[in-house]
Design a binder for this molecule. Sequence first.
Ligand SMILES: [Cu+2]
Length: 201
Amino acid sequence: MERRATRPARARRHAARTAACRARARPRRAPRPRRPLQPLTSRPGRGQIMSRNSTLLAIAATIALTGIAVAHGPSSPAGEAGHAGSVTRTVEVRMLEGDGRMLFEPAEITIKRGDTVRFVVKNAGALDHEMVIDTLEGNQRHKAAMERNPDMEHADPNAVKVEPARTGEIVWRFTNAGTFEYACLIPGHYQAGMHGRINVR
Ligand SMILES: [Cu+2]
């Protein structure tokens, strides 16, 4: 009985701690399972079994949500938050719009594994844009979440939102070789062309 009450609560607290992207953890909370009626005999009735199943479902749903939040934390296969004092390279990136397209310039960057890169991100367009560094799959998942929840705010070290005519920064350390992506996940922008490749070798 105690497990039932404390486990989802603990998972939620964990999600709150690890998820810089709070908006994602908030909206879909697993329904609180209804307490079974006091049984008249010691044998579990049908209602009690059903209730136990819904409790397990609720716990599974909470764990699934927490898993998403953890994947969104400061460290990912794409790397980890870098320290400003350890920057080994600076890369300038521009955000642009025009001819019905939105894009990053350059659209591809090659980086040496282990480098800590300071991205200086200038918004040369007329709209707000963001740059999110992640795996391709991570960005797709995140993009889908933002389509469901467009007001999502980020405080993640792998992302920066930049207003028109402003400059933002990301300091990121690339710990793994592979192909990663920087993308603007504001609904519609990725589809308009706003994504680029990062090759880490
Ligand atoms: Cu954008």
